[in-house]
Design a protein around this ligand. Structure first.
Ligand SMILES: Nc1ncnc2c1ncn2[C@@H]1O[C@H](COP(=O)(O)OP(=O)(O)O)[C@@H](O)[C@H]1O
Ligand SMILES: O=C(O)[C@@H](CO)OP(=O)(O)O
Length: 448
């Protein structure tokens, strides 16, 4: 029991420090160097007194927390604005109206929020400075379907894309081509103002055109890519006809493309990433070191089917137990990124819970060393899949305690039902909405 309490304490400490490392407030303060009314962001310098109005707009799970810090920093210089965030991620702010909408499937409130943001964008002049606060989740939070696509069609399309195992790059290539906001089109609406987009990245590789579908970034994807994605996942017969029609028209050069590199609308835009997954992994590594474990970052760009990645990582942990690597335990194996889950069952769960369940099964199969391993799998936004958990914790006996437990675990994995399994073991990791979002961090502690 003491060993269990100690392991749990260690895993929770790592989870805490992971989140602290990517909290929006310090990230904003680090990225914005304010000296009186002179502001340096990235390579650009702005004289804040030279603008008629300074607006804030934004979307994503971290947008309210980012706006709160911007308000604190700019004080009376800030004219006001609107940010949209996921339900339960809002904050009461002084000058910024915070709108809420649904994620990951968009809703009507989100469509209204997108209209409000576009209306601010269309009202700005060359004398205005606009801060755009962008974070993951924005694609769903501010849907702006382009005719003939409707919100209902976007909802159906989003569900299909989330279920088929497509990567976020692929999902967003399609979302950008069905939208009036994404793929640089917000930058176009914001012309001719000066734009500073501050970004918390939740995509592997930190690609500007993928994070929140890159509303102020040049889009690298094309209609031809979208067609290839529909073909790859055999989606053509499963999705609304309007979508296949728009993409076919686009491939034939008959529908407008998203904004591309070199377009004039990006001349006045400064896109700056202020936080990302590697900062979270490094926070976890620091926490592990404090606990006496040598951190080993296995992957800063974790991708792939969650259950496969988990099994591989547990096998690697077993190798550390067998001293097959230069570094001797206690070690903490870490990886950051975003896996995918190809949903085949009807259960409830998320990427991190699925990772944890697969890891727990793999640990239970180890003949030796099982007692030396425990696992944390954390979605940094605090909601893993459509659940109220951020992820799950795994201990040596999570699955191995009995044959019955082992059968339950395997059935839960087959049903994509990790949430119920971990509810029963009382090892769900719950943080509530964190108001940040830098994908996932997983840790395996390997004891001596
Ligand atoms: N029952 C389930 N088991 C495992 N994963 C699931 C389940 N239901 C949904 N998911 C996965 O959850 C992901 C969406 O979760 P979410 O945490 O909202 O993602 P993000 O934070 O990246 O927006 C999808 O990739 C989907 O495959
Ligand atoms: O908004 C989005 O497009 C994605 C990536 O940034 O975020 P999430 O996976 O949280 O929906």
């Amino acid at each position: 029991m003491t060993a269990y309490i100690e392991k749990k304490k260690n895993l929770l400490h790592i989870a805490d420090r992971t989140l602290q490392a990517v909290s929006p407030a310090p990230a904003m303060r680090k990225a914005l160097q304010l000296d009186g009314t002179k502001l340096i962001v990235g390579r650009n310098e702005y004289d804040l007194t030279s603008y008629e109005r300074i607006f804030v707009i934004g979307a994503g799970k971290a947008s309210a927390a980012m706006a709160e810090t911007l308000e604190d920093m700019l004080g009376d210089l800030l004219h006001g604005g609107i940010v949209a965030t996921k339900y339960e991620h809002a904050l009461n702010l002084k000058k910024t109206q915070v709108l809420e909408s649904n994620h990951p499937v968009p809703d009507l409130a989100g469509e209204r929020a997108a209209k409000e943001l576009l209306s601010i964008a269309k009202g700005v002049t060359e004398n205005d400075l606009v801060f755009c606060l962008l974070s993951g989740g924005a694609s769903a939070i501010v849907p702006a379907p382009r005719h003939p696509v409707t919100l209902e069609i976007k909802q159906a399309m989003t569900r299909k894309l989330l279920e088929c195992g497509a990567t976020i790059n692929e999902i967003n290539a399609i979302r950008k081509h069905l939208s009036e906001f994404k793929g640089g089109q917000l930058a176009k609406a914001l012309e001719p103002s000066t734009v500073v987009t501050l970004i918390i990245s939740d995509v592997v590789g930190d690609h500007l055109d993928v994070i929140g579908s890159g509303p102020t970034a040049p889009d690298a994807s094309t209609y031809l890519d979208c067609q290839a994605i529909l073909d790859k996942y055999a989606l053509c017969s499963a999705i609304p006809e309007e979508v296949t029609q728009v993409i076919a028209e686009g491939c034939a050069g008959e529908a407008p493309e998203t904004c591309k590199v070199g377009d004039a609308c990006f001349k006045q835009v400064n896109n700056v990433i202020i936080a990302g997954n590697s900062m979270a992994v490094d926070g976890a590594a620091e926490a592990a070191r404090e606990l006496g474990y040598t951190p080993v970052v296995v992957d800063y760009a974790m991708e792939g089917e969650a259950r496969d990645v988990a099994a591989r990582m547990v096998r690697l942990a077993a190798e550390y137990c067998e001293n097959k690597h230069d570094i001797a335990p206690p070690v903490c194996l870490l990886a950051g990124g975003e896996t995918t889950v190809t949903i085949k069952g009807n259960g409830k769960g998320g990427r991190n819970q699925e990772f944890a369940l697969a890891a727990a099964i793999e640990i239970s199969e180890l003949q030796e060393h099982r007692e030396r391993l425990c696992v944390m799998s954390l979605g940094t936004d605090g909601t893993d899949g459509p659940t109220d958990a951020a992820g799950a914790l795994v201990f040596p006996d999570t699955v191995a305690r009995s044959d019955e437990q082992s059968a339950l675990a395997r059935q839960a994995l087959a049903d994509n039902n990790a949430y119920e399994f971990f509810t029963n073991t009382d090892t769900l990791l719950k943080t509530g909405p964190t108001r940040t979002n830098v994908m996932d961090v997983v840790a395996i502690l390997v004891d001596k």
